[in-house]
Design a protein around this ligand. Structure first.
Ligand code: HEC
Length: 218
């Protein structure tokens, strides 16, 4: 009788051991994943950019490069592609300058609470267009020439959104200074170079729609 009842499923020892193993293996997996994630999200260096080494989060000096968003057949979504060097606000930014400018942009984005309306890297609201890839929005290409560069067009918009309204919903004037706008544009450009596994997929509006002067509630 006793032997028949001694099924492994009713053995306390078996369950204790299983719990021990499951906890141990999960803990190891979590430790591995933590280090793996830290590696993935650690910012690259200026040398990585010079040597064309792709990092998920490129160095601040990525603002000195042209950034494209191209379909990757292998991964099945768009990925940021860092191209040739280009001037940003008419100059090439040193590592310290780029870092300081990005820092100013980040602080300004927090002080002016862009996330109250927009989404940045998955955080924030969807009242207004997602800003994660806003730098790559084709709309800016259509305005770049008139402003002498995409960065000048975005900076002008940030300082006077009503003067360049593109959607039905309007962005309020947040009293952004010229320097803060420069920082914000650098922040947006850097953010667009981050590999976010193709998210978000669509821009708020196509160039065609923009040219036709259509207005969507984004
Ligand atoms: C009160 C809500 C609100 C806040 C806060 C806000 N925005 Fe906007 N923003 C909007 C709306 C609405 C639009 C669409 C307006 C338009 O295109 O005319 C917009 C559009 C934009 C665009 C154009 C997006 C594109 O892809 O075409 C950019 C860039 C932008 N905002 C940046 C910012 C930044 C940077 C901040 C913080 C400093 C900010 N916004 C704060 C509401 C807001």
């Amino acid at each position: 009788m006793e032997n028949e009842n001694a099924s492994v499923w009713s053995s306390v020892r078996f369950w204790r051991r299983s719990a021990g193993w499951v906890t141990g293996v999960s803990a190891m997996l979590l430790i591995f994943l933590t280090f793996d994630s830290v590696g993935q999200i650690t910012m690259g260096t200026d040398d990585d950019l010079k040597n064309k080494i792709t990092k998920r989060v490129p160095a601040p000096t990525v603002i000195n490069y042209h950034i494209d968003y191209k379909m990757s057949q292998k991964r099945g979504h768009e990925v940021p592609v860092i191209g040739e060097k280009e001037l940003f606000f008419g100059k090439n930014w040193s590592e310290e300058e780029a870092r300081a400018l990005l820092h100013l942009g980040k602080l300004t984005s927090q002080a002016k609470n862009c996330m109250n309306c927009h989404t940045l890297l998955g955080n924030g609201a969807y009242y207004a267009p997602d800003l994660t890839k806003a730098w790559l929005d084709p709309t800016w290409e259509t305005l770049a020439e008139a402003f002498g560069g995409k960065e000048y067009a975005i900076s002008a918009f940030l300082q006077d959104p009503a003067g360049m309204a593109m959607h039905k919903r309007r962005m309020p004037n947040l009293n952004i200074t010229e320097d803060e706008a420069k920082g914000l544009v650098a922040f947006l450009k850097h953010m667009s170079s981050i590999d976010t596994n193709g998210f978000p997929r669509n821009f708020s509006k196509s160039v065609e729609q923009f040219k036709q002067g259509e207005t969507n509630a984004h």
